[in-house]
Design a protein around this ligand. Sequence first.
Ligand SMILES: *[C@@H]1O[C@H](CO)[C@@H](O)[C@H](O)[C@H]1NC(C)=O
Ligand SMILES: *[C@@H]1O[C@H](CO)[C@@H](O)[C@H](O)[C@H]1NC(C)=O
Ligand SMILES: *[C@@H]1O[C@H](CO)[C@@H](O)[C@H](O)[C@H]1NC(C)=O
Ligand SMILES: *[C@@H]1O[C@H](CO)[C@@H](O)[C@H](O)[C@H]1NC(C)=O
Ligand SMILES: *[C@@H]1O[C@H](CO)[C@@H](O)[C@H](O)[C@H]1NC(C)=O
Ligand SMILES: *[C@@H]1O[C@H](CO)[C@@H](O)[C@H](O)[C@H]1NC(C)=O
Ligand SMILES: *[C@@H]1O[C@H](CO)[C@@H](O)[C@H](O)[C@H]1NC(C)=O
Ligand SMILES: *[C@@H]1O[C@H](CO)[C@@H](O)[C@H](O)[C@H]1NC(C)=O
Length: 791
Amino acid sequence: MATQNSASVTITLFLLFLFPFPFVSTTQQNQIYIVDIIRDDNGDRIIHDIEHIHRSYLLSVKETEDEARASLVYSYKHTLNGFSAVLSPEEAKKLSEMEGVVSVRKSESGRYSLLTTRSWKFVGLEEPLKEEAINNHKKGTDLLAKAKYGQNIIVGMIDSGVWPESNSFRDEGMGPIPQRWKGICQNGTAFPSFLCNRKIIGARYYLQGYETVYGPLDEKQDYRSARDKDGHGTHTASIVAGRTVPAASAIGGFANGTASGGAPLARLAIYKACWPIKGKSKDLGNTCTDVDMLKAIDDAIEDGVDVLSVSIGYPKPIPYRDDVIARAALEATRKNVAVVCSAGNNGPSGRTLSNPAPWVITVAASTLDRTFLAPIVLHNGTIIEGRSITPMQMNSSFHKLVFAGDVENSSVAKNDSGYCLDGSLDAKKVKGKIVVCMRGKGMRLAKGLEVRRAGGVGLILGNNEAFGEDVPCDVHFVTATGVSYQNAMKLLQYLRSSNDPKALLLPGTTVLNTKPAPLMASFSSRGPNIVDPFVLKPDITAPGVDILAAWTEEDGPTRSDKDKRVVKYNLFSGTSMSCPHITAAATLLKAIHPTWTSAAIRSALITTASTTDNMGEPMKDETGKPATPFAYGSGHFQPLKASDPGLIYDSSYTDYILHTCSLGETQELKLNYHCPNPLPDPNNLNYPTIQIHRLNGTKKTVSRTVTNVGNPRSVYKFSAQSPKEYTILASPNVLEFEYVGQKKNFTITVMAKRGQLPARIESDEDQYYFGWYAWTHKHHVVRSTVAVSFL
Ligand SMILES: *[C@@H]1O[C@H](CO)[C@@H](O)[C@H](O)[C@H]1NC(C)=O
Ligand SMILES: *[C@@H]1O[C@H](CO)[C@@H](O)[C@H](O)[C@H]1NC(C)=O
Ligand SMILES: *[C@@H]1O[C@H](CO)[C@@H](O)[C@H](O)[C@H]1NC(C)=O
Ligand SMILES: *[C@@H]1O[C@H](CO)[C@@H](O)[C@H](O)[C@H]1NC(C)=O
Ligand SMILES: *[C@@H]1O[C@H](CO)[C@@H](O)[C@H](O)[C@H]1NC(C)=O
Ligand SMILES: *[C@@H]1O[C@H](CO)[C@@H](O)[C@H](O)[C@H]1NC(C)=O
Ligand SMILES: *[C@@H]1O[C@H](CO)[C@@H](O)[C@H](O)[C@H]1NC(C)=O
Ligand SMILES: *[C@@H]1O[C@H](CO)[C@@H](O)[C@H](O)[C@H]1NC(C)=O
């Protein structure tokens, strides 16, 4: 998803109002439909046969063989049993009445959008990484060595492509490509097949859905190939599996250090399914059509990827039946492919999660222990803390300081807003001055451009109250520093009280080991999960703020049309950046435990996550108050601990299908599965956390099963931390294991405490109260978060 907050301009573009512009078709009436047909049991049919079958369906509604062929957009094999095609409403209706056709529905193209140096050290994976150790067959004791740096694992990236020449994707010293790999390196513009190597082992691109909706790709906007012009795909791929690159840094030398992906020897398979919006500024970020993504994931499953990284989301929560990522990911779990997704960048408001399905790992974003301090010196001697990664162009003298709201052009801006929107500043009052602009409306980079347009020499970007302490860092086009809400208020107070307010902006410096960290990023989407109130989401948080990783050399660091600067590494933020951190962790876990299911990997990550910051206090959010599981899920990931979780909560494809049965979605998902009667309790999905929606003043018992993956003989004891509103009990409360792989059932009962219920339940939103329980044996603490609402 568009990396919302940090790289300012890239953000929030949810293409809610794009109307399909049919290209293949001749009339406005035609559009893409997704057609599901009955699954026969011949699972091993080759794609050629499948296409033939699909064309024969089309032939019965189209006039000629050629028309049928031209109308077929994609045939799918794994993600669904069916195809996508350009149809008129009449043809769609006719098709839906045919025998063997399960459903025909309109594609909703154009609504999905794309939503590291220090991060690994921060979570206890030491750098620089000794990749040579593997080649020398040295026995390492640390996680990376145990996982052989991920070298046998194949990671599929559904994104905007890759910049293959980046140092992060060198393949020197890497062993042969795993033999089970079935993918290809698709030839295309500026991406001949020989560009793939032992690091980037596959590359494909998907344009048929995009071009059907928007017309032919504008080749000035992007390459007709897997080459990344946008930067997003290169960044995410290098966070997962970039090689160790010493002395990498962002523009201006910020965040200097050794850049490395989390699984530096893992193999990358690139599936480019996201493209620039036609005729729009690239500032808006790329869009991904549902039919292209379905095909990309379909191919990834067929090619043999082990883990899929999807930093893409729908702009708001939608039911699984309407969500192609959820649907494709469900089929991926059938082949035991672990799917990791971004939680979305629509925070800090609640009920904003993307990708909340229990069969994916949903990742929130938080900070690293690194900031870019850039002090602001006031003329009265006071120093205010600011943050900046903008190379300074100002000389070291004081300049007059003004508030944008006081220097607006009254014929343009009448509200004294101080937002520095385009054309709002009065050049006569701004020339040569430093301008304080407020966040809350308009794009961050554009504010700097407006200050520059009006002749200002510097920008101080002040947070509004909602953004609080979460100060973003951007590479502005004018000398610039960002400040927290509190500091913005201090500056205004100074401006109001001084006759001759002046300030000096000092250049930013990279500061490590900052405290407290991690902090939740304000942009990170929050629960509760309103699509599936029986599943607590997000699952986990990982670094997603100012992450240094490889970049396209085709696009400036800000991704603005106006930015002609070329960089090899760039800082970028979003749940798009936290997602690939978890993908890398899942890759290492898969390497260490090749037999684990994707549910086991998710469980290990969730039950070992940490909820405290580096000061030992509860992790906080942008307000400076303790964050809740609706922000961080079960906490910050700890890959070392996740590699040895003790117990896991496992689930299978069938368990997920049963879950969709109890949600009443199986029919809608057209899964061709006969739901049992009575339906299972949706709270009994064997998830490593518990969310009880509307306990209603009484009690609720849910069942769980754990599998021993730790010591053969072990005795796990139950403990819980209940809030004052309810009690968490387990039966039995001791679990004795004799062997590895042994399963034990238990129940958890959540009982409301009489007299402790909230007096008044907040109007329309369910208020949740959080607790946890844990099973403990020696160093193994298997912790599960519990969230309960009462109404
Ligand atoms: C590869 O793609 C490029 C660009 O579309 C094209 O010019 C070239 O002929 C293709 N090469 C092969 C071998 O297909
Ligand atoms: C970054 O650069 C500064 C200044 O050159 C240097 O003092 C510092 O050690 C570098 N940091 C890292 C992590 O390399
Ligand atoms: C610094 O900037 C001020 C204001 O623009 C200017 O008057 C002064 O000459 C500059 N000093 C230097 C050393 O460039
Ligand atoms: C001024 O405020 C009004 C009402 O809040 C709003 O409709 C309008 O768009 C604002 N104008 C500007 C230039 O921000
Ligand atoms: C104010 O805006 C109007 C309309 O864009 C423009 O004509 C005028 O020159 C501006 N005045 C100043 C002082 O910038
Ligand atoms: C400078 O101004 C700020 C803001 O008004 C104020 O908080 C601070 O105390 C002042 N410092 C001095 C040394 O007067
Ligand atoms: C809550 O419990 C009360 C009393 O037992 C019952 O009347 C009501 O229907 C319940 N509400 C829900 C939503 O289950
Ligand atoms: C655990 O519960 C499941 C389903 O209720 C049951 O099939 C299984 O036999 C039970 N396992 C044990 C070890 O009791």
